[in-house]
Design a protein around this ligand. Structure first.
Ligand SMILES: [Zn+2]
Length: 302
């Protein structure tokens, strides 16, 4: 990181690493949205509570703190889980109400969606919610109004940009470091410049597909190249290899969703405990790495 003292890994001693979890169930993911109607969600057996508690235990074991971007739909049904996330030292933030992509909504629909999700989350946890992550990183050139609406509804930051080339999302020319957009901090997930182009260093399917050493090199590069926190993400369902299989989904979606699920928890534990990579530090909440930490602040209703 510019200005920092480099270690042998190329990671500065003051590099910051932020862990994040997108709290949604296995049947709510974008990869299956073409075959699972929103209206059928209540017919599936929920596994997100158990998978999220497994995640919380893993974070306890490794001294990790994280930001949990939860769907309002999940928080409505699992308010106790939201309270538990906050009580165990993590930041509760918003992933919108029901995983509608931002570029599929009108500005008014977006305002209603994020205001509803924020109110449900704050009600459940009794803490102010200041962070937002768009489902499927769906804030891009099609949604120039999004950050203004985030600011109007009381969000201070967004981690909704994945600045790479990808078939579903992303803008390979968008900034890689946190930057102000309409009065809101946009904090993109981690990218590295490697092989002459930008690649993701942020997790998801990439992390499950690649050997640990390859991911580790990309994260070290991201920390050295970008002036700001390295933001990593995963989903609770990635720690749940026994989840029911969605048989009728497209082959490419299934390949991405189910790849190496059985090895995920061990691989993640290695990443969370990799003190050499972290320069002796640990993974932290996004609000803390952006100096927006509001721990202990209660909402008026609490
Ligand atoms: Zn999501």
């Amino acid at each position: 990181m510019p200005g920092g003292e480099a270690t042998t890994d190329g990671v500065s001693a003051d590099a910051r690493f932020a862990m994040s979890v997108d709290v949604e169930d296995y049947f709510q993911v974008w990869a299956f949205s073409s075959v699972i109607a929103r209206s059928s969600w209540d017919g599936f057996s929920s596994r997100v509570g158990d998978a999220t508690r497994r995640t919380l235990d893993l974070f306890d074991r490794t001294g990790t703190r994280a930001t949990f971007f939860a769907l309002g739909w999940v928080a409505e049904r699992e308010p106790g889980l939201m309270r538990e996330i906050a009580a165990r030292g993590h930041e509760l933030a918003s992933h919108g109400y029901d995983h509608a992509k931002v570029f599929d909504q009108t500005p008014d629909e977006f305002r209603a969606d994020i205001a509803k999700a924020k109110a449900i989350l704050e009600d459940a946890a009794g803490e102010r919610v200041i962070g937002y992550r768009a489902p499927g990183f769906s804030i891009d050139a099609r949604t120039p109004w999004a950050h203004e609406i985030l600011r109007e509804t009381g969000h201070l930051y967004s981690s909704s940009s994945h600045p790479i080339a990808h078939d579903h999302y992303g803008d390979p020319h968008a900034p890689r470091a946190p930057h102000d957009v309409a009065g809101v901090i946009e904090a993109p997930v981690a990218t590295a410049r490697a092989f002459g182009r930008r690649v993701s260093a942020a997790g998801g399917g990439w992390f499950r597909a690649m050997p640990y050493a390859a991911t580790r090199r990309l994260i070290a590069r991201a920390a050295a190249q970008v002036d700001g926190p390295v933001i990593f993400y995963f989903h609770p369902w990635e720690l749940d290899p026994d989840q029911p299989k969605i048989g009728h989904a497209p082959a490419k979606s299934k390949l991405r969703h189910y790849l190496n699920l059985g090895a995920m928890e061990g691989k993640l534990e290695r990443l969370l405990g990799d003190r050499a990579l972290l320069g002796g530090g640990r993974w932290d909440r996004i609000d803390a790495t952006l100096n927006l930490s509001r721990r202990g602040e209660r909402t008026a209703a609490a």
